[in-house]
Design a protein around this ligand. Structure first.
Ligand code: NAD
Length: 482
């Protein structure tokens, strides 16, 4: 089934940090795919700006190489790559100085949408916004895209929001959380709000608990120095897992638009109970044979930064009181896998004498690997010999249904960039939402800092610290194998 693409209006997209890792791996390959898919207008232009000294030809060679490496589609060909490169130009620009801003202003066309992607370190977000304003490069219809991390606590997020607000209105600021651009995450909303089947059951009467897992099999590797100042709470829970949690728990918005959806997500965060110390487990991977420890990889032998978190979150509202949400994320775990598992209550009574142990259904929204949706069902085992029951999956892997060529299932970044051009903020975080999320995690982090708490060690390739198993066991539950 080929994805239908609706072309967006003509645009000039400026990628500041256009020579960086994110631009190379995600943004530029994503734009190339959108051009191939007919969604990016052929007249649109991409202007990459960064500190490096590149001639136009050198920059194009750099992008050509990136496309060869990071675009896997069987449909890609040299002619398309050259056509894409013609839409591209490079400007040497200093985010903290005056170099490059005038040439940038002159390059932009009148009468088309202007978007500025801040694909640089977070310390440059505010200076960039300020310079765009100072050099009169933006107008009321310009958009900025701000990468993560958006602050490192509530105070810094508030300060950044205030600084951006000096140059831009809220409807011009697109705070990116690429998890929201994942097809499966949007499918969670389709599943909930385009089918009448689940919504009547989507509450504490029928759902026992929810597990949200984002597990990585690799360690911090080259990002050690950055990660050590952040940790799993700031790097993953406050943004990605919190967003998945909000979309799972929110009330149906009146319409699928930016204001309604984000209002509902914000209400979820506001209904969160403060977290108890006994309901949170922090871990850090230790050395294991040839596999280095977190402390080795981060270059900080005394580091107490967590590479693993498991926590239990409770919501005090009518829909969810009594149904906990368990969130966990970590590095160097057994598998790379991300999912939201909605675990329904066990049937209240078994009419089958031999099958005392009837299990609740589990609806799993799988983000990776193999994006898809799975519902575990109990059926009768085939054959004679009485009513023996067994669990089977009703499985829908998107690649099987929609095709597995990259052009069929767009990557999160490319979907989100097209939304920026369309001016649709539904899948971006609003300023108050980010602040509310920091408001919830801040006291937890502060408590660790005050106590100089040390994370529990865990083995690489395992399931995290033993305490995380206890977090579930004490509630009579257990983590799913992912
Ligand atoms: P990077 O270090 O690879 O690239 C940074 C870019 O910024 C380079 O092009 C560099 O030339 C440019 N730059 C640095 N200082 C500059 C200045 N003073 N003026 C102009 N340009 C300057 O970083 P990255 O990995 O591409 O990450 C960019 C942003 O995206 C960061 O905020 C990061 O947290 C976020 N992010 C990255 C990834 C990823 O996979 N790389 C994932 C999620 C979020």
């Amino acid at each position: 089934m080929a994805a239908q693409t609706i072309p967006v209006d003509d645009f000039d997209l400026v990628i500041i940090g256009g020579t960086g890792d994110l631009a190379k791996r995600k943004i530029l390959p994503g734009l190339f795919r959108r051009l191939c898919a007919g969604q990016m207008p052929e007249t649109a232009r991409i202007i990459c700006a960064a500190r490096s000294d590149f001639t136009q030809d050198e920059f194009k060679s750099f992008v050509r190489e990136a496309l060869e490496k990071f675009v896997k589609s069987k449909k890609k060909n040299k002619k398309q790559i050259e056509f894409f490169l013609e839409r591209l130009s490079y400007i040497k620009l200093d985010a903290l100085g005056d170099e490059g801003w005038e040439p940038l202003a002159k390059t932009l066309r009148k009468g088309v949408i202007h978007a500025f992607y801040f694909s640089v370190g977070p310390s440059l977000f505010a200076p960039l916004a300020e310079r765009l304003l100072k050099h009169k490069i933006t107008n009321d219809n310009s958009r900025i895209v701000v990468e993560k991390p958006f602050g490192r606590d509530l105070a810094s997020a508030q300060a950044l929001n205030a600084e951006l607000a000096r140059s831009f209105n809220e409807d011009q600021i697109f705070r990116i959380d690429h998890y929201l651009g994942k097809e499966t995450v949007q499918n969670l909303m389709a599943l909930r709000f385009a089918n009448a089947l689940f919504e009547p059951l989507w509450n504490s009467q029928h759902i026992d608990h929810v597990q949200i897992t984002v597990a990585e099999s690799i360690g911090v590797e080259g990002r050690g120095a950055y990660y050590d100042k952040s940790g799993a709470m700031r790097d993953m829970i406050q943004n990605h897992l919190m967003q998945l949690f909000c979309l799972t728990a929110m009330e149906p918005p009146a319409t699928f638009d930016a204001t309604s959806v984000r209002d509902e997500k914000l209400k979820v965060i506001k209904a969160l109970d403060p977290i108890l110390e006994v309901d949170i487990v922090r871990g850090q991977y230790r050395a294991d044979g040839d596999s280095p420890s977190y402390q080795d990889e981060s270059g900080n032998p005394d580091s107490t930064t967590e590479s693993y978190i498991a926590l239990k979150a409770n919501l005090s509202n009518w829909r969810w009181v009594g149904t906990p949400f368990y969130l966990r994320t970590g590095k160097k775990l057994r598998n790379r896998a991300s999912e939201i598992a909605v675990v329904f209550k066990d049937p209240p009574h078994s009419i089958f004498a031999d099958s005392q142990d009837l299990k609740g259904n589990v609806l799993t929204i799988r983000l990776q690997p193999d994006e898809g949706i799975n519902l575990s069902m109990t059926i009768k085992e085939p054959g004679p010999g009485g009513m023996r029951l067994t669990e089977v999956p009703l499985d829908m892997t998107f690649a099987e249904v929609l095709g597995d060529d990259e052009l069929s299932i767009p990557d999160a970044y490319e979907r989100l960039i097209m939304d920026v051009i369309r001016g649709d903020q539904t899948l971006f975080m609003r300023g108050d939402e980010v602040e509310a999320a920091w408001g919830w995690v801040d006291p937890i982090i502060k408590n660790w800092e005050e106590k100089q708490a040390k994370p529990a060690p865990y083995d690489a390739g395992g399931n995290g610290p033993d305490d995380s198993l206890m977090l579930m066991h004490k509630d009579g539950r257990r983590w799913r194998e992912v």
